[in-house]
Design a protein around this ligand. Structure first.
Ligand SMILES: Cc1cc2nc3c(=O)[nH]c(=O)nc-3n(C[C@H](O)[C@H](O)[C@H](O)COP(=O)(O)O)c2cc1C
Length: 194
């Protein structure tokens, strides 16, 4: 099997769910945001918007809005994470982005059919760049689930995210406090036709 620096970076990246309190350096934040915007995008739209938040009070407020929002939210599918989120949100210590010191919210223009795909590719770039710099990261879906929550959107609007934009996803980033287990990769999920 061929190995090189990029392939090794891809293989060894993990989703981090326990972060140190210390903030990441400014130049690291700039580097991972730069990696995000070098992702491919449908028709070269580059219509994404990445909003990095590093203010403790703002992060706490977003988590609080998520916790409150899920109390009056109805899951739109049987996805296991969605079914359990209400109960999790009620826990006193629930924290959707795992106490990471940096949260990057990926949004995109409305009615654009590649919005999710473009942001997902950009976030994977960001995760890999973060990993290459010794940082941990994690995809955080709950802002997407609550993308139509009025209170959350009012607050995100104050932070500069246009109300008409769709919230695609978000990324928690910081220094790793505890390494994650390596999930087994399923076999039989690739095939080659010649
Ligand atoms: C679309 C998507 C949504 C995810 N949502 C969350 C999430 O909300 N919270 C979380 O802690 N991890 C989330 N993850 C991370 C996955 O749980 C993780 O990638 C998976 O368990 C494999 O682990 P690994 O990333 O360490 O290889 C998400 C990943 C993807 C791709």
């Amino acid at each position: 099997m061929i190995r090189n620096e990029v392939i090794d970076c891809i293989r060894t990246r993990r989703s981090t769910r326990q972060f140190q309190e210390r903030q990441i350096q400014e130049e690291y934040l700039e580097a991972i945001l730069e990696a995000a915007i070098w992702a491919p995008s449908g028709g070269n739209n580059q219509s994404w918007l990445f909003t990095a938040i590093q203010n403790k009070d703002i992060l706490a407020k977003i988590n609080e809005l998520l916790r409150e929002g899920f109390q009056h939210w109805t899951p739109d599918s049987n996805y296991p994470g969605k079914l359990g989120v209400k109960a999790y949100a009620q826990k006193e210590d629930s924290h959707f982005f795992h106490h990471a010191p940096t949260l990057i919210i990926a949004s995109n223009k409305p009615d654009y059919e590649n919005a999710m795909a473009d942001c997902a590719l950009a976030l994977e770039n960001l995760f890999l760049a973060a990993h290459s710099l010794g940082l941990g990261s994690c995809y955080v879906n709950q802002l997407h689930w609550l993308r139509n929550d009025t209170e959350l959107r009012d607050y995100l609007f104050e932070l500069g995210i246009p109300k008409e934009y769709t919230i695609c996803s978000s990324a928690a980033v910081g220094y790793i406090a505890k390494e994650s287990n390596v999930p087994v990769r399923k076999t039989g999920t690739t095939q080659i036709v010649k």
